[in-house]
Design a protein around this ligand. Structure first.
Ligand code: GLY
Length: 352
């Protein structure tokens, strides 16, 4: 079991280990004064783990309600958010109670936002069940839903009270969902940690997974502690994401988030290598890791269409964009720029 302390506007612990979901109730009861718990989950995850969490909460004296929505990025919208808020109004948790976000990034982001909004804020405990949510989205307090204009355009910063990463959940993940978690792990290595990249190169996939998740959470902790509200260095976590979000939008979400980020990282690394600002070894390590962890490397989209999709992502067009440019393994830089330069990079990154 590994504990990592996050020191943002709220201090909280990220626990990583096998079997943690069965201890949800006892771990939450010291932090939450009230005894009403609402589990928020999706139609894939609730049948797998909903009862385990419910029984654990009930054993600790909580009375438990639930809101279960159809699985998928398509549910991460204002309609589902409002349905969730209305369900909370029926179940009537008060400010001493808590929401338990049981699932992947969609669940964590949307439940975190509902918790921040309902009664102007009730506690949220994150129970990430996907690799991607464990290594990235459940930590750091970003909550959001999508608008048709782009991803995550409605949200707030609101830190959880506790994050429980139960590594047993990884055993039930579909292969593609497991693979997209590796995209965020590879991203963490490429932006901040040569040792993690070296470990990923030499180990077999899944070896010492608790330590790998912990390494990513430690990287995220350092970045979030330095820039909780994403005005500077936190933007380094967006390596591959500006292009990745455009790929998601243009592909009508046919690519999983992690797959799109994998493609986005490779496009940026190829472009920066072509410009001579990135070491060629960085691109070869990235490509080796993407192949090893079963992530896509070939994007069949057109540079012009991708640029147009990136411009439609309105959050990014306000006041230009900040691109994350790889320099070498474990190091990236931030560059404030305009869409002209992104267009050039996309053409370079996509050319064969
Ligand atoms: N997932 C990027 C961030 O938390 O800032």
């Amino acid at each position: 079991m590994t504990d990592i302390q996050i020191n943002a506007s709220r201090r909280y612990t990220v626990k990583i280990g096998a079997g943690l979901l069965t201890h949800t109730g006892e771990l939450a009861s010291g932090l939450i004064k009230g005894r009403n718990a609402v589990i928020v989950s999706d139609s894939n995850v609730f049948p797998l783990y909903g009862e385990t969490v419910r029984q654990s909460l009930e054993a600790a004296g909580f009375s438990v309600g639930a809101f279960v929505f159809p699985a998928g990025e398509g549910s991460k919208n204002t309609d589902t958010l409002v349905a969730l808020l209305n369900r909370l109004a029926e179940l009537r948790p008060d400010r001493s109670d808590a929401i338990f976000a049981l699932g992947g990034g969609v669940t964590g982001d949307m439940a975190g936002l509902a918790a921040a909004l309902y009664l102007r804020g009730i506690a949220c405990i994150q129970l990430p069940t996907t690799l991607l949510a464990m290594v990235d989205s459940s930590v750091g307090g970003k909550t959001a839903v999508n608008l048709s204009a782009g991803k995550n355009l409605v949200g707030v910063f609101s830190q959880p009270r506790l994050v429980l990463c139960d590594t047993d959940c990884l055993q039930t993940l579909p292969e593609a969902v497991y693979a997209e978690g590796w995209a965020e792990i590879i991203k963490a290595a490429m932006i901040k940690s040569r040792p993690l990249a070296d470990f990923l190169l030499k180990s077999s996939p899944g070896e010492n997974i608790e330590r790998v998740i912990a390494a990513c959470v430690e990287i995220k902790r350092d970045v979030v502690d330095a820039d909780e509200f994403d005005t500077g260095v936190r933007q380094i976590l967006n390596f591959g994401h500006t292009v990745g979000h455009a790929i998601e939008l243009l592909g009508d979400y046919r690519y999983f988030h992690g797959e799109a980020v994998a493609l986005g990282m490779r496009i940026m690394a190829r472009a920066c290598c072509a410009l001579g600002t990135c070491e060629p070894e960085c691109l070869s390590v990235l490509e080796t890791l993407l192949n090893k962890y079963k992530l896509p490397t070939v994007c069949d989209m057109d540079a012009g269409a991708l640029l147009e999709a990136a411009q439609r992502d309105k959050k990014r067009s306000a006041g230009g964009i900040t691109l994350v440019l790889p320099v070498r393994v474990g190091e990236c830089t931030l560059k404030k720029t305009g869409f002209d330069e992104l267009g050039t990079l996309l053409r370079l990154g996509l050319s064969s």
